[in-house]
Design a protein around this ligand. Structure first.
Ligand code: AMP
Ligand code: MG
Length: 406
């Protein structure tokens, strides 16, 4: 692939995924510290969950054949959650509570609302069906069954599931180390006084947020000056300690854009123009052992490019299950889009709204590549293919932000 080719956004995704070498180094991490980490191998259950038949109700464990409406039966034992009961004596019932093990011999639980207790005996207003109100051993997870597949990212549900099968430590892949750098002599940090000609470094904040949401270990190298020498130095340093080096800005062909030249000197540049709007200048390459990604400087361009192309790359690089396409659904546009871009697929900022009982997509009125307000307002992107217009009411492709990141 030549560095100057303009790639379709689909081809760019395919290319990036083909270059994503999944991490292989593993470590054993306690469950309490394993949030967001990626499981190295599949996790199998060493026991049934629940481990024993237990009661789904507060009530009485019975032999169903012995229960006749309004006949008295003696209560021979009391079983609370955590007890290990002996067998149920014939002709008797056991007082039992939710989560308590079912005694051998009992085959049903009658809930306490259908029981009338009088001292050590009880009668029931209903008969019992075999199995009723009993949670069976292995109902959630059977012993030796796969609990979680290799490559699963450990969110709250996954951690709870691993705990339920008794695993204290999990073999996970080490975190992906991502260095971030921001180019531009115009940049100041929030908190500093803004002098003439300067703007605040907004990219730093959404980019770190996205990387952290993906579970990356971020090394933030801050703002680097707009000079070839400084850019080369910073990139070489970043590459020495990271798996992926991400820069923002300075990636086009302007006189003050030094990233492209710096990468070409320090490593190799594979790709730098994508038929996508916003976000045409995107660089991908290598510096020493690290992957290099150069995001466009315009905040919306960078953010959209990250969601569409870089998040899937990072996911694959982390060793997570690869996703070769975007989560797309179809919804009606509540807007006209009369301008067509002859070459580039456009991803416009939209949000779902309800109109006359129908879910439609509203368009943020300002679609400029620097208008970060659009990202905070929107809940997703609508895809408009190159050379297409949209009329209100037409079904269009919708890509929700939360699914692009999940
Ligand atoms: P560049 O790609 O360096 O030409 O930058 C394109 C546009 O994005 C310019 O208007 C920059 O001022 C702006 N920009 C670059 N980096 C950042 C940043 N970190 N935060 C906010 N805006 C930026
Ligand atoms: Mg710049």
């Amino acid at each position: 692939m030549t560095a100057s080719a303009m790639l379709s956004v689909e081809a760019a995704l395919e290319f990036l995924l083909s270059r994503a070498r999944p991490l292989t180094e593993t470590e054993s991490v306690h469950l309490l510290n394993a949030g967001q980490r990626v499981l190295a191998g599949e996790l199998r259950a060493r026991l049934d969950v629940p481990p024993a038949n237990n009661s789904a109700m507060d009530g009485y464990a019975v032999r169903s054949a012995e229960v006749h409406a309004d006949a008295w039966l003696p209560v021979s034992q009391r079983i609370a959650a955590g007890d290990a009961p002996g067998p149920l004596a014939e002709g008797t019932v056991a007082r039992i509570f939710t989560g308590a093990p079912i005694p051998a011999g009992a085959d049903a639980v009658i809930m306490q609302e259908q029981a009338h207790a009088d001292g050590e005996r009880v009668r029931f207003s209903a008969v019992a069906k075999t199995g009723q109100n009993i949670r069976l051993a292995g109902e959630d997870i059977a012993r030796d069954g796969v609990v979680l597949p290799a490559g699963a990212q450990l969110g709250p549900a996954q951690l709870g599931l691993a705990a339920s099968v008794g695993e204290a430590y999990l073999d996970v892949l080490r975190p992906l180390r991502v260095a971030v750098l921001f180019t531009g002599d115009e940049l100041a940090e929030p908190g500093e006084t803004l002098t003439a000609g300067k703007i605040y470094n907004s990219n730093r904040y959404w980019l770190r947020g996205l990387l952290e949401a993906l579970g990356c270990q971020v090394r933030d190298l801050g703002i680097i000056p707009d000079s070839l020498a400084a850019t080369r130095l910073a990139l070489a340093d970043a590459a020495a300690t990271s798996d992926v080096v991400l820069t923002c800005g300075g990636v086009s062909v302007g006189e003050e854009d030094h990233v492209k030249h710096a990468v070409e000197r320090e490593g190799q540049l594979d790709l730098w123009k994508i038929a996508i709007k916003p976000g045409k200048p995107l660089a991908f390459g290598r510096i020493a052992h690290a992957d290099f990604i150069g995001l466009p400087g315009n905040p919306v361009s960078g953010y959209v490019t990250f969601l569409l192309l870089i998040a899937p790359f990072i996911r694959a690089r982390q060793g997570r299950a690869a996703r070769a396409s975007w989560p797309v659904s179809c919804l009606a546009a509540a807007f006209d889009w009369p301008r067509k871009d002859p070459q580039r697929t456009e991803f416009v900022r939209v949000r779902k709204a309800s109109r006359d009982g129908q879910t439609v997509l509203e368009l943020f009125p300002k679609q400029g590549a620097g208008v970060l307000t659009s990202m905070a307002w929107a809940d997703g992107l609508a895809r408009i293919p190159a050379n297409h217009t949209v009329k209100a009411g037409e079904q269009i492709d919708y890509l929700p932000f939360d699914e692009l990141l999940s």
